[in-house]
Design a protein around this ligand. Structure first.
Ligand SMILES: [Zn+2]
Length: 276
């Protein structure tokens, strides 16, 4: 839920000078700049699923990355479950994209062309090329210093498919749970990870007996998944808005602690977390 201190999911990961982005929730592009990074820094974007709290800023990110480019950047690679290709086409596809008019205007009008040249661009200014791909379980992408593996997790199927991702890299390993109920696929994917970025949506007592219990991970599930996977550290994220309350936050961390004794981090907006 939107609030003044917490809104939407998005992560940037640095690996040997490369920046990988995971999800692009509301205001992700603004928060990226607030944290000191640029849309043109990112060449790879991974979606866990296509709920709007994970993808609503995608048009803003694509348009900002295009508008700030000088034509020398790499093409953007986008990976995600079913709907990733369709969404991309509907945002920026030639003639059919909801924002295609912006691409036409900025690659045609002298105002935009002179701004492009003043940033160092050389004419003609081209439309952005986005390599969007629907992906499933298994190896999704590899770089010089990293490999990304996906696993299917259980959230709101059959309406939306959901993936968790694992990064294995020179720096270490990170797993993003995405949104999911506790499930074996996630526990297996997160095995011995250096960092598990784990959904922790609400207190256990607020989850039991609700639809949330079969689609999302509460404090008990987060602690159990962390323990069973053997993750070396856990970053709790995707907390519901009521957990902003300090008393409830303390209770939530205590509930996770009943199951997991390792280092535990409570995610806040714009937080930076070191690899080790
Ligand atoms: Zn979500």
């Amino acid at each position: 839920m939107p609030s003044a201190v917490r809104w939407g999911s998005s992560f940037l990961v640095e690996i040997a000078g490369e920046w990988l982005m995971f999800d692009c929730g509301p205001a992700a592009t603004y928060k990226m700049y607030a944290a000191g990074f640029k849309a043109t820094d990112v060449d790879h974007l991974f979606f866990t699923h296509h709920h709007s709290d994970h993808d609503a800023d995608y048009p803003c990110f694509l348009l900002t990355r295009f508008d700030m480019s000088i034509g020398k950047e790499k093409d953007l690679n986008v990976y995600g479950p079913t709907l990733t290709e369709q969404l991309t086409e509907r945002v920026l596809g030639e003639d059919v994209g909801a924002f295609w008019h912006d691409i036409v205007a900025r690659t045609s009008h002298p105002l935009s062309l002179s701004a492009y040249q003043s940033r160092g661009g050389v004419l003609p200014r081209k439309a952005p090329k986005i390599n969007a791909r629907d992906v499933g379980p298994g190896t999704v992408a590899t770089g010089k210093h990293w490999e990304i593996t996906a696993a299917r997790v259980d959230h709101v199927q059959p309406y939306l498919d959901s993936l968790a991702y694992r990064i294995d890299s020179d720096e270490g390993s990170i797993v993003f749970s995405g949104d999911t109920r506790p499930c074996q696929n996630l526990t297996d994917l997160a095995k011995d990870a250096d960092l598990l970025v784990m959904e922790c949506i609400r207190l256990h007592e607020d989850s039991v007996g609700t639809a949330s219990a079969s689609t999302e991970t509460d404090t008990y599930g987060a602690g159990q998944t962390a323990r069973e996977s053997g993750a070396k550290r856990v970053l709790l994220n995707h907390q519901s808005i009521d957990l902003i309350d300090p008393v409830k936050k303390t209770q939530a961390i205590g509930e996770v602690r009943q199951f997991y004794g390792g280092p535990l981090i409570w995610a806040d907006e714009l937080m930076e977390v070191p690899w080790t």
